[in-house]
Design a protein around this ligand. Structure first.
Ligand SMILES: [Mg+2]
Length: 175
């Protein structure tokens, strides 16, 4: 089985659009809204609502469905706080992305650990542990330390102009 480790914010969910709506345009557009403005508490009801309202990135849902039809298992990872677990799971369900598995709070460096575990097949699906043939990782801000053997696909965003759109990601992974 092939595993796609997939970031959520600004990779499948347009969280930055919600931040623009809430806080206005950023001073430096190239940097925008990969991060919330200084001091934002993502555990408040108001900010959990931003997660709930975020629209899917155009093409992301279709791309993930296509990859799943071709045998890719999707593992969602996020730096969202644990308090956002329910709203995130509901969001994935609402957008028909429930076949994957979401990991809750991941602290600095934790995505690297998830990638290592995925490579080693040490992640659990509804069917038990897996034989992993390939691991790809899509993120608008990929972690710096990526284990050897993982194919990194940066997701195209204003702060990542060299990244790939979802149709391009599908093309790379199915070629
Ligand atoms: Mg992100």
């Amino acid at each position: 089985m092939s595993v796609l480790v997939c970031d959520i914010d600004n990779t499948i969910a347009d969280t930055s659009a919600e931040l623009v709506r809430r806080y206005g345009p950023p001073a430096d557009p190239s940097d925008y809204a990969a991060y919330a403005p200084e001091g934002v508490d993502w555990t408040t009801t108001e900010h959990l609502e931003l997660f709930r309202r975020a629209r899917p990135i155009p093409g992301a849902v279709e791309a993930i469905h296509r990859l799943q039809r071709h045998g890719w298992y999707v593992l969602y990872v996020s730096n969202r706080p644990k308090t956002a677990y329910d709203v995130t799971e509901d969001w994935l369900l609402a957008h028909d992305l429930h076949e994957g598995r979401m990991l809750g709070k991941v602290l600095g460096g934790h995505k690297t650990r998830v990638l290592r575990r995925a490579l080693a097949g040490r992640i659990w699906t509804a069917f038990g542990p897996m034989d992993v043939e390939a691991v790809a990782y899509v993120d608008d801000k990929p972690v710096r330390v990526v284990p050897e053997g993982v194919q990194v696909l940066p997701h195209k965003r204003p702060w990542r102009p060299d990244g790939l759109t979802w149709p391009e990601i599908v093309e790379v992974l199915l070629s």
